[in-house]
Ligand binder design. Structure first.
Ligand code: MF3
Ligand code: CO
Length: 249
């Protein structure tokens, strides 16, 4: 069941999303060679708690961190730990906040120091996938218009589009209906309506689309061990426009 939100609810979700964008700006300052992923998790958690929020991922189905820290060939759900970032790495961060019962969700892949042109292009294209997906996310369109737009950009560059994980409704819970795949499959294709708040999140691999899950039951990595990128925004659909909630300009 897709939950349409009223103005008051969207306002609450927006506040949660703006806090998330501010927290990200702070975390990004700490992305330097030598820092551990656990230290980044600590920064994220403390910023959220001091802002009066709750880290939405912490203990979600037993997830042990506040932040997902996925380095290089790790696609998503990397668990913060003793791994130190090094020059040339890319790190995908994924973070959600519960602020007064309103949920936000956003991800971004960040370069550590100077990265290769090949890696930078993957980041740029994945960001473009998200942008095109958001442009297709207008009232009257359908979920598969988003999926098609995201896939087309990645496919044009020969990148692998991860199929096992999808975007989703978000706002009153972390994961709500509908699912938003990054490829056009056989699933449901609901119409996009004013009041929908959704997270669009392309996960794009430099090489093959295939991924596997580690024994920790969280870490998702590319089978070919080539790098992966992930960008995600929470957005709200209105009758005459779509707002990117997890962005501050
Ligand atoms: N941020 C993920 C998503 O976009 C959810 C993370 S699951 C968690 O759907 F367990 F790590 F929290
Ligand atoms: Co998400």
């Amino acid at each position: 069941m897709i939950k349409l939100k009223n103005e008051k609810q969207i306002d609450g979700i927006r506040k949660s999303c703006k806090m998330l964008a501010r927290v990200y700006n702070e975390i990004e300052k700490h992305i330097v060679p030598g820092i551990t992923t656990k230290e980044l998790d600590d920064v994220a958690r403390e910023l959220i708690l001091s802002g009066g929020g709750r880290p939405a991922f912490l203990n979600y189905h037993g997830y042990p961190g506040s932040l997902c820290t996925s380095v290089n060939s790790v696609v998503i759900h990397g668990i913060p730990g003793s791994q130190k970032l090094k020059e040339g790495d890319v790190i995908s961060l994924d973070l959600g906040i519960d602020l007064d019962g309103y949920l936000s969700d956003s991800a971004r892949t960040i370069p550590v120091g100077k990265i290769s042109d090949e890696a930078q292009k993957l980041l740029d294209v994945t960001k473009l996938c998200l942008k095109k997906g958001i442009e297709a996310a207008v009232a009257g369109n359908r979920v598969k218009d988003i999926s098609k737009a995201v896939f087309a950009v990645a496919d044009k560059h020969g990148y692998g589009v991860v199929r096992e994980f999808c975007g989703h409704g978000v706002g009153l819970e972390l994961h709500e209906d509908p699912q938003i795949p990054n490829y056009v499959g056989r699933g449901p294709n609901p119409r996009l309506k004013p009041g929908m708040t959704i997270a669009i999140e392309p996960m794009i691999n430099l090489g093959l689309d295939d991924v596997f899950i580690h024994e920790d039951e969280w870490t998702v990595e590319t089978v070919d061990k080539l790098i992966s990128a992930h960008f995600e925004h929470t957005i709200a659909i209105f009758e005459d426009h779509t707002e990117i909630l997890t962005q501050i300009d």
